[in-house]
Design a binder for this molecule. Sequence first.
Ligand code: AP5
Ligand code: ZN
Length: 216
Amino acid sequence: MQLMLLGLPGAGKGTQAERITSDYGVPHISTGDMFRKAIAAGTDLGNEVKAYLDSGRLVPDELTIRVVRDRLEQPDAQEGFLLDGFPRTLPQAEALDETLAAMGRRLDCVLYIHVPQEVLLARLTGRRICKSCGATYHVVFQPPAVAGVCDKCHGELYQRSDDTEEAVATRLEQYAQTAPLVDYYRDRGLLRQVDGQRSIDDVYADIRGILSDIRA
Ligand code: AP5
Ligand code: ZN
């Protein structure tokens, strides 16, 4: 399956991606995660993108498109993938179409997780992530059994540098560039909307329903 998750920052894309990749075996391709890993490793890419991520601005299209093209060529992405956080602008969406067409592939479905903007600040400022395995938690909505410690691997939990009120405000502004993608994929008959304002389990149950339709 060749899937994409679309939605505002904090809509629950990464949270649902953890479940989809573990149940369906498709690699999770998150541009945000790739950039954060590059920053942590101190690579040239990391140095180039750090200021964008810290402030909540979008990384330039050309660079982002190059990173995703390289990733889609990796062996593990040949049978399917789950894109998360890419594309985020119309030029990125067009570049993705071109890349997939050149590979003789196409998207099966765009899962659009819809949430009202008011709930996002609380979701993002309360988010915690495992330093070791990347699992996502929330201090109120999805707390670990022991505060600050990952349930899965006992790793230490940290807060993302762009989950401050200031950076979240910038990220929400930047979403104006992503919003047109909803129509872009709806016009192509690929968009499936999910109500993301319910519990994590309920959202995932809807996604499973959609994915079983696609596979049928
Ligand atoms: P990225 O990492 O993609 O961040 P984002 O889109 O802002 O998305 P998030 O990861 O913040 O949110 P999410 O929807 O995954 O929410 P989550 O599941 O964690 O991008 C970061 C930065 O990288 C960008 O700002 C930009 O600089 C750069 N970048 C990345 N891609 C780019 C691109 N293509 N072009 C240019 N620049 C790019 O959930 C959030 C919290 O809510 C968690 O704590 C979770 O536990 C909780 N939660 C989840 N679901 C629910 C629920 N149903 N009920 C209650 N709580 C919930
Ligand atoms: Zn962990």
